[in-house]
Design a protein around this ligand. Structure first.
Ligand SMILES: *Cc1c(COP(=O)(O)O)cnc(C)c1O
Length: 390
């Protein structure tokens, strides 16, 4: 008779019959996985059989999410990470070594710039920073300096410039540089048709979708992911199975949410463009966007971020953001809830005046991330806040 102290450690097992399956995959909330036979453990460690041993390395719930995301982005393999930043950093760290040269853009996500300039720089990785609009500069740099990789985003944050993907990927191939695209803004259903080597995503945004879970993903060919995997396991920024489950659940409504967000964003962009207090609206789906035709040729849809400038400057932008009732004043994007970022939170850090000019961010810049609320309510809220701000 087992004592009750032992029983709570080894609870009764519940087995499902083979013809009785759970419709939603269970959460494998276990760090460890055992085998019946010690030799099988060794085989699994040597990669000679399929199986799981330790959840920092992999886990069935994590693997289901990896398979889903790789298929959506149109590549073979995926590594799911603890945050979007972890995905960016894992890709950069595992692809670069001392002495390599990297090209990045002033319009890049701030932590990506920090990683390359501050951290990789410490380990002897050199870089050149350009504007994403300066393709002649890119060509010149690639000709002059052997380059390991080019990292970029499109649409860029928060000004929504469109990277010319056919030209950037062609130049990269010609000069033997890898391309690493942070595709968070465009989503998993966009850009897969281009010859891009590595995609990274923040799953915190559109994938989880509800603003309550963090995660990231690196998506690439089987060969590239296999080459990165030992670094990934060693760095240890794996996502917990419960978070993987929540993101997998979020993915069920990914297309519904994305479609609704894009439709709402277009209505809002058009509304703002008609307002006298608004200096300029930036949304790739508007014919007034300077790269609208390029955006239309590259993207299936134009995303949930709408950026605009108010005529009244910083004071008006602050008053506007504070007067909104339905838009929370917070960074992040791609969630069910609408969000607003006033200019103080957009100001690029650690850039010289020329780089700041390339970033396109001014004291008047306001970024909206449009959620899935009723568009008429969102427009009403924007209208009352504009009235207070001018
Ligand atoms: C949010 C974001 C990230 C970082 O993602 P986290 O999950 O917050 O670490 C990286 N790139 C882009 C473009 C983002 O918007």
């Amino acid at each position: 008779m087992t004592s009750k102290e032992t029983l709570v450690i080894h609870p009764p097992e519940v087995e499902l019959a083979a013809d009785n399956r759970s419709l939603v995959a269970p959460i494998y909330q276990s760090v460890k996985f055992e085998f019946d036979d010690v030799d099988e453990v060794s085989k699994n460690s040597r990669g000679e059989r399929s199986g799981f041993q330790y959840s920092r390395v992999s886990n069935p719930t994590l693997q289901q999410l990896e398979l889903t995301l790789a298929a959506l982005q149109g590549r073979d393999s995926c590594l799911v990470t603890a945050s979007g930043v972890a995905a960016v950093n894992l890709a950069l760290l595992s692809l670069c070594k001392q002495g390599d040269h990297v090209v990045l853009f002033a319009e890049a996500y701030q932590p990506t710039r920090m990683m390359i300039r501050r951290i990789l720089g410490r380990y002897g990785v050199r870089h050149t920073m350009l504007s994403i609009e300066d393709l002649a500069g890119l060509e010149r740099v690639l000709k002059e300096t052997p380059t390991r990789l080019i990292t970029f985003e499109s649409p860029t944050n928060p000004i929504l410039k469109i990277a010319d993907l056919p030209r950037i990927t062609a130049m990269a191939k010609e000069h033997g540089a890898l391309t690493v695209m942070d595709n968070t803004f465009a989503g998993f259903h966009n850009h897969g048709q281009y010859d891009i080597d590595v995609f990274v995503h923040s799953l915190t945004k559109y994938a989880s979708g509800h603003g309550d879970v963090m995660g990231g993903a690196v998506i690439a060919s089987k060969e590239l992911i296999q080459a990165m995997r030992p670094d990934f396991i060693t760095i240890g920024a794996t996502l917990d199975p419960h978070a993987c489950f929540l993101i997998q659940r979020g993915m069920k409504t990914y297309f519904l949410r994305y479609d609704r967000q894009c439709a709402n964003a277009l209505v809002i962009a058009q509304f703002l463009e008609s307002q006298p207090a608004v200096e300029r609206v930036r949304y790739p789906g508007l014919p007034s966007h300077p790269q609208h035709l390029l955006a239309k040729s590259q993207l299936k849809d134009f995303g949930s971020v709408v950026t605009f400038e108010l005529k009244g400057g910083l004071a008006a932008a602050k008053k506007f953001a504070e007067s909104l009732a339905l838009f929370a004043t917070v960074s992040s994007l791609g969630s069910t809830d609408s969000l607003v970022l006033p200019p103080q939170h957009l100001a690029p850090a650690g850039m010289n005046p020329e780089e700041r000019r390339w970033s396109g961010i001014t004291e008047q810049t306001v970024r909206l991330s449009v959620g899935i609320e009723a568009s008429a309510d969102l427009v009403g809220d924007l209208a009352q806040a504009l009235a207070k701000a001018v």
